[in-house]
Ligand binder design. Structure first.
Ligand code: MRU
Length: 329
């Protein structure tokens, strides 16, 4: 297990002339740090899921730009390459946009600032969500969550899992039900690892068990993260989020989106305009490199789905709890 519990867990470290990333493909069994010497290696690491989670992708890209400046690489090419590394998470575009406006000698400091700001945002978001959880978990202490939205997916603390972390630290009785999150298993590998790391009570279930769990009436809230939120509140998040939001509506469980305001795409009118990444067929045909389906079987592998705003109870941001319509400006 990494670090002491009081040091924020963080999978991104600046090395002076390189970026170090905790290779999330190898967790939980192997804690391996990769050394990335230039922006191309950072872009490759984002595409290959060494680093994943919308905020963490943005921070890694910021350091990719710092490496481009250090190595004297053309900034426009680095920016375009990093921007193309994963299409759905809008944080990448937001961070790269802020950095594009800066002179060379300010880029590294800006990358450090992005990391620090993300951690601060997540802690504020966790505090903002606490009253909701205090109310909703009073009689039903279960929290349903999907994918990994914790420290590994951010600059530290996490968003949806950060709300859990804050509530747990505040002494709220709670129990996380972590969906394994096929096909990439971010829930089974990463959320499980983080909950054990912080001593947060948690149980792992397969994605197909969500309905049976909700039918038992012990879940008080569903917390999900987001990769892009449209102006009308439609929310793109890990594939499977839409399914659990539909189930939660049936069983009367509120769905909260933990949304750093960086993940709001003001230029995007609704969910239909959100680009959805499709990933390789082998992510479905294999688990841990072991084939489980016929090699020639056609596969559809969208990495995200869009939950309509109508199924979402509130968006918890670092600026407070938002409901529709979102605050102007
Ligand atoms: O494909 P991933 O692992 O990058 O997907 C991550 C998610 O869907 C998260 O819920 C989202 O990025 C928010 S992370 C704080």
């Amino acid at each position: 297990m990494p670090g002491a519990a009081e040091t924020p867990l963080c999978a991104i470290r600046w090395g002076g002339d390189h970026l170090r990333l905790l290779d999330q493909r190898c967790l939980p069994h192997d804690e391996r740090w990769l050394v990335l010497p230039d922006w191309r290696a950072v872009a490759g690491a984002i595409t290959d899921m060494v680093v994943r989670g919308a905020p963490a992708i943005g921070i890694a890209a910021a350091y990719g730009m710092a490496l481009a400046v250090q190595r004297g690489a053309p900034r426009a090419a680095a920016q375009a390459g990093l921007l193309a590394s994963r299409p759905t998470a809008v944080n990448l575009r937001a961070v790269l946009g802020r950095i594009a406006a800066l002179p060379d000698d300010a880029v590294l400091a800006a990358a450090h600032a992005e990391l620090a700001a993300d951690l601060a945002r997540n802690r504020a978001l966790g505090a903002a969500g606490l009253p909701l959880l205090r109310r909703d978990l009073a009689e039903r202490p279960g929290i349903l969550t999907i994918c990994n939205t914790g420290a590994l997916a951010t600059g530290g603390h996490g968003t949806a899992l950060g709300m859990v972390r804050s509530a747990h630290a505040a002494g709220l009785p709670l129990h996380v039900w972590a969906l394994e999150t096929r096909p990439y298993l971010q829930g089974a590998r990463l959320t499980a690892w983080e909950c054990l790391h912080d001593g947060i009570p948690a149980t792992l279930i397969t994605d197909g068990m969500a309905a049976a769990l909700l039918a038992r009436g012990t879940v008080g809230a569903c917390l999900i993260g987001c990769d892009r939120v449209a102006r009308n509140g439609d929310t793109a998040n890990k594939i499977g989020s839409l399914g659990i939001a539909v189930l939660c509506r049936h069983y009367g469980v509120p769905v909260y989106v933990a949304m750093p305001t960086d993940t709001l795409d003001r230029g995007c009118p609704d969910g239909a305009a959100i680009p959805i990444e499709e990933r390789s067929a082998d992510e479905l045909r294999c688990i841990g490199g072991q084939p489980i389906a016929p090699a020639e079987m056609p596969v559809w592998n969208p990495a995200f789905d869009v939950t309509p705003a109508a199924l979402i109870s509130a968006w918890v941001t670092e600026r407070g709890v938002w409901r529709l319509p979102f605050p102007a400006g």
